[in-house]
Design a protein around this ligand. Structure first.
Ligand code: UDX
Length: 449
């Protein structure tokens, strides 16, 4: 009887239209679907998820606004556009879903990305409960709260001389590790609003208690709302459907099959970060000089003023031969799970960080913006699973970092810690584990709405 009631409940998901946000939201959808809920995804038209990868979900595109899509890849422009223009349209979409529902098919709640905070007010108008999905770490959540506070007190922007100073109450974060974006004046007012809303809504985190116990405890202490750390979601989800917006080049898996165990350094800066040509060249030469086999993802358009890798030094690919493999986009989770991969040079987006930790892979951190600096600091100084490349990207530094992580004692110790953490995380998702229990509480809460 209870089961039947659960099956007829619908959850409406509202992802923020970027890869690193869409992936965890769809993973959450799959998890809830396998717990008996029907899923509707209301999404922007650009970076639209592929409905055929999720045949059990309903997809409703938000009608395009007259202002059109924002600057491609510009997260802040998207943030401003979506939160100012999509409000009314979202309400129309919800009203439509409600009109279509039968007597046994009610909307239980809206789960929205924290950056799609406009959906919360609309849900309230329709008397629907809402839940927030935070796609980054609990540590970042606290760091962002501190950033808003410091800004209000006039400490941000901070002088260069303060960049290495520790932020009070946020050890081991330094001022330079705060989750700062270039367009802070556009970003912070919106995030402040989203953040205030969170005092009223339960929050889901794609994190794990054994990883972020103290940050989660602080959040629980400071915000009187239920919190649900149910990560790592990619490990809980039972279906293997891809949420990739770009085509994955699976040929790299065949190349990996030919490499020896733990020998390959995998390099990817995620779906949003950009590099200059100079940085691309330094990276290429650092990888080449390390003499370690490497698999490198260079997203087309991710190098400023270049199409792809045509700007690499002449003869680079020939010199590398079979020792290096470059793709436009990789099946990252399979790559990290492959026995040949021994290290990950990453921008430390939260999905990449957690995917790497779950495979027990040590990291070389090259954060670019936002939460990545927080994650990198935690990887290097709290979990001690990696080291950070700071300052200008330089071939010698890259080469030394690769050697340390892949071939020296320091790297071996990181690998050992990563292996232990991986095992602890696996326990958290099993029956009776912290993530298992959080998910159970979440499902019960949604059913009680
Ligand atoms: C964005 C922000 O930049 C990041 O800071 C935030 O934590 C999440 O949102 P992104 O930069 O794309 O994300 O990084 P990340 O969070 O690591 O997500 C990238 C996703 O793309 C991962 O799930 C990864 O597995 C996938 N990926 C990446 C691939 O499938 N193939 C690739 O070649 C590269």
């Amino acid at each position: 009887m209870e089961k039947e009631r659960k099956r007829s409940l619908r959850v409406v998901l509202v992802p923020f239209p970027f890869q690193g946000h869409i992936t965890p939201m769809l993973q959450l959808g799959s998890i809830l679907h396998s717990n008996g809920f029907s899923i509707t995804v209301v999404h922007a038209q650009y970076n639209s998820p592929n409905p055929s990868s999720h045949p059990d979900f309903s997809f409703i595109p938000l009608p395009d606004t007259s202002s059109g899509p924002p600057v491609p890849g510009d997260i802040i422009a998207s943030l401003v556009q979506l939160n100012t223009n999509y409000k009314a349209r979202f309400q129309e979409c919800l009203a439509e879903v409600m009109r279509q529902q039968g007597p046994d098919d009610g909307i239980a709640c809206i789960i929205h990305d924290e950056l799609m905070y406009f959906s919360q007010a609309e849900a309230k108008d329709l008397k629907l409960p809402s839940i927030v999905l935070t796609i980054s770490s609990a540590a970042n959540f606290l760091a962002r709260a501190a950033l808003i506070q410091l800004r209000a007190e006039g400490h941000i922007p901070f002088p260069e001389s303060m960049s290495q100073n520790l932020v009070p109450e946020l050890y081991p974060l330094r001022f330079k590790d705060l989750p700062i974006f270039e367009k802070l004046d556009d970003y912070l007012p919106i995030v402040s609003k989203a953040f205030n809303n969170k005092t009223f809504s339960p929050i889901i985190y794609n994190t794990i208690e054994c990883l972020e116990n103290s940050s989660l405890a602080k959040i629980q202490q400071q915000y009187q709302v239920p919190i649900f750390p149910i990560g790592p979601m990619h490990r809980i989800v039972s279906t293997a459907s891809s949420s990739s917006l770009l085509e994955e080049d699976i040929s790299c898996l065949t190349w990996l099959d030919k490499q020896s165990c733990k020998s390959v350094i995998y390099v990817s800066l995620g779906s949003v970060a950009f590099m200059d040509i100079k940085e691309l060249v330094e990276m290429a030469l650092g990888l080449a000089n390390s003499m370690q086999p490497f698999l490198w993802v260079v997203r087309p358009g991710s190098v400023r003023c270049a199409e792809w890798i045509e700007v690499l030094p002449e003869g680079f690919k020939e010199n590398i031969g079979e020792r290096g493999y470059i793709v436009k986009w990789a099946p990252q989770k399979e790559v990290l799970a492959h026995g040949a991969v021994g290290g990950f040079l990453s921008h430390c987006g939260w999905n990449s960080t957690i995917e790497s930790i779950c495979e027990g892979i040590p990291m070389i951190c090259r954060p670019c913006f936002g939460d990545q600096t927080v994650n990198a600091r935690y990887v290097s100084h709290v979990w001690r699973l990696g080291l950070e490349l700071e300052g200008d990207l330089e071939r010698g530094e890259i080469e030394r970092a690769i050697r340390k992580v892949m071939a020296e004692e320091e790297g071996e110790a990181m690998r050992e810690r990563a292996k232990n953490l991986k095992e602890n995380i696996e326990l958290c998702t099993k029956e009776g584990g912290s993530s298992y229990n959080s998910l159970k509480r979440l499902v019960e809460m949604i059913m009680s709405f």
